[in-house]
Design a protein around this ligand. Sequence first.
Ligand code: ZN
Length: 288
Amino acid sequence: MPELPEVETVRLQLLYHLPKKTIKGVEVFHSKSVGFDEEFEDTFVGKTIEHIDRVGKLMIVSFARQRNLFLLAHLKMTGQFFFVAKDGELSGGGHSMTEADVRGLPNKHTRVAFYFTDGSALYFNDMRLFGYIKRASKEAVERARAGFGPEPIADDFDCEWFAAALKKKRTSIKAALLNQAFVAGLGNIYVDEALFRAGVRPTRRADKLTKAEAARLCRAAGEVMRESITVGGTTFQHFVDTKGENGNFTKQLQIFGKQNTPCITCGTTVQKIRVAGRGTHYCPKCQK
Ligand SMILES: [Zn+2]
């Protein structure tokens, strides 16, 4: 499953291509992908894309002169967006991109296609059909936004608020960080990385962290996500961004997936356990 940095990478690249494009035609190949919305195709013809925003891993597309019409898009396990310019140049982004994914678009995994008046097109491919691109009202967008806490990568993320809020959490710090309603955007990989950098053990109770630990963790969470976005996310299962480039944050992972190998800081063997139902990696010496 793509994590937030990957989704942000895709969003930034869609943002590069899509604003000001007017939709000439829409083709829905699988109605589950649009929430069985029978009016989906007709609704978007003639609309001009204004902006692509994001909350958590949900992308929000807005349209010029439309205050109550949005698209909510989630890649889930296997969703991909491919933008094809009018000269045929392809930019692809999403999960698990192989050559077969991009052959002859639209192809058997294409669920929705948008054709623009300038001859370019956007394809939503999703092999496993867990992803979606759905019509939404302003109210639905606001509801979706309300389900997410602030993001550690936001400029105004407040580390003092974070430290105070942790004091009310009686779960493990790992579970607290995975809870998107508390802080949005940290998935399993980035939680492990942030906890390692901060020297905090994933099993610690969130409300027992010291002020200094909470401050270190706050900084580490922002850093690890920003670094990942700059390099285009992690390359699990050939994740490719919308320019067709592999994300290479995988090379910079310090603890995730490093079980049974020596810790890069102290040489102690990295452990893998289950915390909050997720595979969790930590160094028993560096993380207290
Ligand atoms: Zn260590």
